[in-house]
Design a protein around this ligand. Structure first.
Ligand code: 3EB
Length: 342
């Protein structure tokens, strides 16, 4: 029998065959322990690779691990390190933005990311996670998040990728230090982009939020092999229409973020015909002020059920959200099994 690892990736029929499954585990990182068949992932808490921002809860060090089943190889191209098994690709662009400035650094990071995708069979972005320091700081008369948006959108246009409808699910958070770091997950077929009926699409925000709009969709659904699909819900905040609401009120901002997540989850369910229960999703909650942890946690646990897998597995990070008035941002992903065809 032909083993999965021996699949000839260059074969013309390969793209037509079902992919080997992609799986996910949120793992407590023990020292010197990386899971088998790790493609990559984001780590928080202790460790040289961890995001440069405090982990508020739970204690320890954690890895959001994306695992393949094929023969995975590590590669480097420009500022991107990536691992692919030919079915899935996880990468990370890391670039010190200080010599370039944020706009040029973002454009470079995304240009390198798209060069990786163009050179691989896994050319379709499923999800992007953007992290950089001082997101709300102004340099040269504009906010670093707005500079980032300009560089990111230009790179999408340069690579002839849609910078509007169909752009990938994403998040963008301010860390307390470290270089611009962009994690990404890609597959062989494009996901279905989902928008939130309660919100203006971010790529259509008016220019009061910056000359170039943020390039992301509110959510994406993708087949991940093995008869399962994933729903990625982008970073979600207390925004209705395009306006931030409940200024200064962490409780209501958390409730509104969860109402937005519920709306986008429902949109994804009706579009895909699949069920992604809120209580089984994997959440990361970004809290601007560490003091707000208790309120955010209380509201979140009431929404998903305090005894749920979601409450048990949630990660709370101290991070800055991309508008100064936003105090909390929540992202999530979850899985659904396809209905049997027999
Ligand atoms: C928002 O809805 C909040 O720039 O990639 C959320 C998710 C936000 C992704 C991004 C920004 C991004 O506009 C901020």
């Amino acid at each position: 029998m032909k083993s999965p690892a021996s699949t000839d990736l260059a074969s013309p029929t390969d793209a037509l065959t079902a992919p080997l499954p992609l799986t996910f585990h949120r793992l407590r990182l023990e020292q010197h322990h990386a899971p088998l068949r790790l493609l990559g992932g984001r780590s928080v808490g202790a460790g040289a690779e961890a995001l440069h921002t405090p982990l508020l809860a739970p204690e320890g060090a954690w890895l959001d691990a994306w695992l393949g089943e094929g023969d995975a190889r590590q590669h480097q191209r420009g500022c991107v390190r990536y691992v692919t098994d030919g079915h899935w690709l996880h990468g990370c662009a890391v670039i010190d933005e200080s010599p370039l400035g944020m706009q040029a650094a973002a454009q470079r990071a995304y240009a390198d990311l798209f060069a990786v995708l163009a050179a691989n069979e896994c050319s379709q972005l499923l999800r992007v996670w953007n992290y950089f320091a001082d997101i709300n700081a102004e340099t040269g008369g504009s906010e670093r998040y707005r500079q980032f948006n300009a560089g990111r959108q230009q790179a999408f246009i340069d690579a002839r990728r849609s910078a509007f409808d169909g752009s990938p699910a994403a998040c963008a958070l301010g860390m307390h230090g470290g270089p611009l770091t962009v994690y990404f997950l890609a597959g062989r077929t494009p996901p279905v982009a989902i928008e939130n009926p309660r919100q203006v699409s971010a790529y259509r925000y008016p220019d009061t939020y910056g000359p170039r709009a943020p390039t992301f969709s509110r959510a994406a659904v993708a087949d991940i092999g093995g008869g399962r699909s994933v729903l990625f819900i982008s970073g979600t905040a207390s925004i209705v229409g395009h306006e931030s609401i409940h200024l200064g009120d962490i409780r209501r901002q958390t409730e509104e973020s969860l109402a937005n997540i519920a709306a986008v989850r429902e949109a994804a369910e009706s579009r895909s015909g699949l069920a992604f229960p809120a209580s089984e999703m994997v959440y990361t909650l970004y809290v601007r002020q560490a003091d707000d942890l208790a309120v955010v946690r209380e509201v979140f646990e009431r929404a998903v059920g305090s005894a749920s897998a979601a409450a048990r597995d949630a990660i709370y990070l101290n991070a800055d959200v991309c508008r100064t008035e936003l105090l909390v941002e929540i992202e999530a992903h979850g899985f659904a099994r396809h209905r049997s065809l027999v």
